[in-house]
Design a protein around this ligand. Structure first.
Ligand code: FAD
Ligand code: NAD
Length: 462
């Protein structure tokens, strides 16, 4: 059997693993990374990137269909046509460019990429089943970056008309009727995209409201847009199995209902890949279904680190990347700990949602005395010129010091504001730091400036 020796071995080349590998390579650490799939993990292959491509294409198509039925801004459009197979081909091209780019970056950093299914033997040895035969890799340090996979409901196993997010990103025809089970991140991002592509969409959400991880004020504009798009939303409703006729059985607050659907997209969360592939043989301490880690991403076994979705919430690509970068630097000898003040979360619904730090409710739960300011996009010039005034920016700050504790926004294109919000929290900004900063006009970013002015009691434009 072929044998490879290295200092650092990473299992999983998703955003956590590949960033860890690139940084370790840059720091001169002899690194090997293993993945059964093209590098990029869930995010590049079947997650963040392909979903955003589909969402963008759906937005473009929807805008044209709107203009064809109701001219606006002096623009009328002819009857737009959609070829979803061609859209998916375009999306696949972007995925290939990015995964190919990651492979190039790994090579540039002198990281060896081994393709194949890995089985962990012990804390220093991994067996990889490659197309050229088995390879045994021995390393001084092991990083587990095996990510996550969709949760399957026992009553709705994937197959036939029941599809996962991965399947939903590869459909070549728009389903006439799409039932979405789970009104969280994926269900709403993809549900809205398919509604814009022409599907009749029903969302079945078990919690009392959609996107239950965000507060009601923040999700209200999304709920209103769903209504405008003709999406039916059943909250407090649980999906059962399929009836004999293939309808989706739903038990709701108003009783049971059968929903006719051509496809049933199940998006009820993701489970960490913390078992299987020999990982359980390490008998690591667990935190529920996740691998328990400390503030340096160390597991309970010396020399074994874990990063990304396999280590817990929030299961987001940028958290995995930040952990990967930190672990590479620790392996290279730097003394670092996880000291991030905020991990931004963005939901690419229509309108988009951004949340960084505490919401007013969360601050109150922690017993903090706060002041808040909210500025609606209805009073923002750029939002008016972009013909989309839904949403707002909201800021929460300590009452005594005015230190900003959290910033949320909901509105068109607010995802691009996430970096600025996170920077404010990371640098410990006070409201006066933001109000003292000139925000360019006319931009949606001015709403942050105004929200902070409003928290201080002297907003200018409302
Ligand atoms: P993953 O990306 O899951 O990568 C793990 C890798 O390990 C995989 O490539 C897998 O093949 C490999 N692997 C596992 N076990 C083995 C083994 N035994 N042998 C060999 N290889 C193995 N997050 C965001 O931040 N923003 C978004 O917009 C966003 N959109 C998303 C949309 C969808 C539809 C989905 C499904 C997810 C989305 N996410 C988003 C979440 C994001 O994809 C994950 O948080 C991120 O990919 C986690 O990175 P990771 O490195 O921990 O694991
Ligand atoms: P999620 O946790 O966001 O949403 C799942 C939803 O399903 C919840 O609202 C839950 O109440 C509901 N649910 C659970 N069981 C149900 C049932 N039997 N019937 C009806 N509803 C049920 O999970 P997801 O949408 O699958 O996404 C998984 C993870 O992927 C997210 O937590 C997030 O970390 C990541 N993600 C992030 C982004 C982004 O950053 N923009 C996009 C997509 C996915």
């Amino acid at each position: 059997m072929r044998e490879i020796q290295c200092r650092l071995l990473i299992v999983g080349a998703g955003p956590g693993g590949y960033v860890c590998a690139i940084r370790a390579g840059q720091l001169g650490v002899d690194t090997v990374i293993v993945d059964a799939q093209p590098p990029g993990g869930t995010c590049l292959n079947v997650g963040c990137i392909p979903s955003k491509a589909l969402i963008h294409a759906a937005d473009e198509f929807h805008q044209l269909t709107q203009l064809s039925s109701k001219p606006s801004m002096g623009i009328a459009a002819a009857d737009p046509q959609l070829d979803l197979a061609a859209t998916v081909e375009w999306k696949d091209g972007i995925v290939e460019r990015l995964t190919g780019g990651v492979a190039t970056l790994l090579r540039k950093a002198k990281v060896r990429l081994v393709t194949g299914q890995a089985t962990v033997r012990d804390g220093k040895t991994v067996l990889v089943d490659t197309p050229e035969g088995p390879v045994q890799i021995r390393a001084e340090v092991l990083v587990l970056a095996t990510g996550s996979e969709p949760i399957e409901l026992r009553s709705l196993p994937f197959g036939g008309k029941v599809i996962s997010s991965t399947d939903a990103l590869a459909l070549t025809e728009v389903p006439g009727r799409l039932a979405v089970v789970g009104g969280g991140y994926i269900g709403l991002e993809l549900g809205i995209a398919y509604a814009k592509l022409g599907a009749e969409v029903t969302v079945v959400e078990a919690a009392p409201r959609i996107l239950p991880q965000y507060d009601a004020e923040l999700t209200r504009p999304v709920a209103q847009r769903l209504t405008g798009l003709g999406v039916r939303v059943l909250t407090g409703a649980r999906a059962g199995g399929l009836s004999d006729s293939g309808a989706l059985r739903v038990a709701g607050v108003d009783g049971a209902e059968d929903i006719q659907a051509d496809k049933v997209l199940v998006t009820v969360g993701r489970r960490p890949r913390a078992t299987g592939a020999g990982v359980e043989s390490l008998r690591l301490d667990m935190a529920g279904p996740f691998i328990r880690i400390d503030e340096r991403c160390r597991t309970s076994m010396t020399g074994v680190f874990a990063i990304g979705d396999v280590t817990g919430e929030p299961m987001l690509a940028h958290r995995a990347m930040a952990q990967g970068e930190m672990v590479a630097e620790i392996v290279a000898g730097k003394r670092l700990v996880w000291d991030k003040r905020a991990i931004p979360a963005v939901c690419f619904t229509d309108p988009e949602i951004v949340s960084v730090g505490l919401s007013p409710d969360e601050a109150a739960t922690q017993g903090l005395k706060v002041i808040t300011g909210l500025f609606p996009f209805a009073a923002n010039g750029r939002a008016m010129t972009a013909a989309d005034e839904a949403g707002f920016v909201r800021v929460t700050a300590r009452e005594d010091t005015h230190e900003v504790l959290g910033i949320q926004a909901v509105g068109a294109d607010v995802a691009e504001m996430a970096g600025g919000f996170a920077l404010a929290l990371e640098m410990g900004a006070r409201l006066e730091d933001i109000t003292g900063t000139i925000h360019a006009h006319p931009t949606r970013g001015e709403a942050l400036h105004e929200a902070c002015l409003r928290a201080l009691g002297h907003a200018l434009h409302i």
